[in-house]
Design a protein around this ligand. Sequence first.
Ligand code: BJW
Ligand code: ZN
Length: 250
Amino acid sequence: MDELIPSAAPFLSSAQRIAVLTGAGISTESGIPTFRDALKGHWANFDPQKLATPQAFASDPELVSRWYDQRRCECALCRPNPGHEALAQLQEMTEADGREFTLITQNVDRLHQTAGSTEVIELHGNLWVWRCVSCGKEIEEKGPAFTQYPPKCDCGGNRRPGVVWFGEALPRVEFAAAERAARRCELFLSIGTSSVVYPAAGLIESAITAGAKVVEINPEATPLSDQVEWSIRGKSGEVLPQLMKEAFGN
Ligand code: BJW
Ligand code: ZN
């Protein structure tokens, strides 16, 4: 066990307000590649930072919608791992005690919700809700792969995934709630994020500035590792259950 776990655990069991930010790393142990590792096989020649833009969709809607639909179908086969489950359990335990708990995710896979987390703040949308770029109509897609790319709306418009691309604004209400939780919390957990994509990474800085204790869980160092109280180098699917056991003894 990492030597930092016993010193961070008491804060998990006693903090009155806890906020958690997760990134792609929490889902790797469920078989979902991180954003920067997402392009394998046929997609290996593409740059994810270029596919995840409104400009890419405008210039090649077939390519971009195919990539997202393939990811939607792959995510549908994935299950939450012990990291997701530990966070769902942490929410249940803290809320049962009347403490405040906010889970903020940059992930688009919805594995937190599948694990039982509630009121999850999705900063970058999700892969399931697709939106018409002409009339704005949104439909949740739970079925098999589309039969045409890009999928079409009844109005004839192209439909796009309901995710937030580079250069697009994050959902206003969700981001405001996330910012508020980051500023109010006593303990902030930053889990499985490279901490380079803004404004999400700015939430970690907001929490630090507001005086929260911050725990980072990541096998690699990030640009913010030196600024946090505990930078625990490890996989979230292993570290989070250990932290829970140390904090709550179960
Ligand atoms: C493990 C692990 C294990 C592995 N356990 N860990 C300030 C400074 C510089 C630039 C900007 C700035 N403010 C804004 C920008 C521009 C831009 C930006 O941040 N660019 C940077 C890349 C430089 N930001 C934007 O464009 C944002 N919009 C914006 O600012 O709008 C302004 C505006 C205002 C008003 C009107 C209009 C506009 C939007 C950002 C949207 C990001 N969207 C994406 C794609 C979503 C859809 C999709 O999935 O395709 O979101 S990009 C991608 O990055 C995705 C992720 O959610 C996000 C964060 O990535 P994440 O989760 O950190 O993953 P990785 O892959 O980077 O890292 C994984 C980590 O896990 C690694 O550290 C591993 O070590 C670790 N790991 N295994 C724990 N087992
Ligand atoms: Zn439409």
